[in-house]
Design a protein around this ligand. Structure first.
Ligand code: KIV
Length: 273
């Protein structure tokens, strides 16, 4: 089937992702938040599954990622890990779990790794949180960085618009990217920045850059509910919709309601004992 990765069924590791960049192979990353979806995403050949704190938006209906807790992220991550054989599983550290300093960050990171079985963690930010990132990596936990539009800082930005259009912010993003690589991150997500800037980051760094709304990159990530078209209200320019699950689900559920109301379902012959 097109797009299905069949030639390499080994478990994906952080080292393998770096090799993929060296070999010019693109990395496909997608979010998942539950067991059944994770089995499908893994089986379809996605290299890296992210339990994003976007679960706060798409699972819980919050306006931002800020409210989701460590316990809630752990619940989602445990469910995903049970459904994955091949993909590298990365879990977001939620807002408040690492910004208070390296000691809290390591304690929470260790708890998240122990209780979820995830392979790695993702944290948002550059120089501001570099001590926390260094401490987590020193504890033996692989870290994926996240720069550009970092949704946990939405109240500071005040907008979900494209970041780093101005020279000073673009320069900071480049500096942060180099710092994250030096600190030992195995990859960096770069969200919603101009494609030319992201190209510069991709070509300067040895580690893979996974883009979202950042143009061509070493890999791409999307929120699964968005790319499957479950949510009709979210249509940023960067989003490609691969299905219209909103319509498919509404039609299917509407048909079920009609069948129950008309007493068509269940039938006596094949759907009853
Ligand atoms: O939380 C999330 O889903 C993310 C991706 C958008 C990269 O961080």
């Amino acid at each position: 089937m097109p797009g299905y990765l069949v030639e390499d069924t080994r478990k994906v590791t952080t080292k393998r992702l770096i090799e993929m960049k060296e070999q010019g192979k693109k990395i496909a990353m997608l979010t998942a938040y539950d067991y059944t979806t994770a089995t499908i995403v893994d089986g379809a050949g996605v290299d890296c599954i992210l339990i994003g704190d976007s679960a706060s938006n798409v699972m819980a209906g919050n306006l931002t990622t800020l409210p989701i807790t460590i316990d809630q992220m752990i619940y989602h991550a445990q469910s995903v890990v049970r459904g994955v054989n091949r993909a590298l599983v990365v879990c977001d550290m939620p807002f408040g779990s690492y910004q208070t300093g390296p000691t809290d960050a390591v304690r929470n990171a260790i708890r998240m790794m122990k209780e979820t079985g995830a392979d790695a963690l993702k944290l948002e930010g550059g120089v501001e949180i570099i001590d926390a990132i260094r401490a987590i990596i020193a504890a033996g936990i692989p870290v994926c960085g996240h720069l550009g539009l970092t949704p946990q800082s939405i109240n500071k930005f005040g907008t979900y618009a494209v970041r780093a259009k101005e020279e000073a912010e673009a320069q900071k993003l480049m500096d942060d990217a180099r710092l994250l690589e030096e600190a030992g991150c195995f990859a960096i997500v770069v969200e919603k920045v101009p494609a030319a800037l992201n190209q510069k980051v991709c070509s300067e760094l040895r580690i893979p850059v996974i883009g979202i709304g950042a143009g061509p990159s070493d890999g791409q990530v999307l929120v699964i509910d968005d790319m499957l078209g479950k949510n009709k209200g979210f249509s940023p320019k960067f989003l490609r919709r691969y299905a219209d699950l909103h319509t498919i689900m509404t039609d299917a559920i509407g048909q079920y309601v009609a069948d129950v109301k008309s007493a068509d379902f269940p039938n006596a012959e094949t759907e009853s004992y």
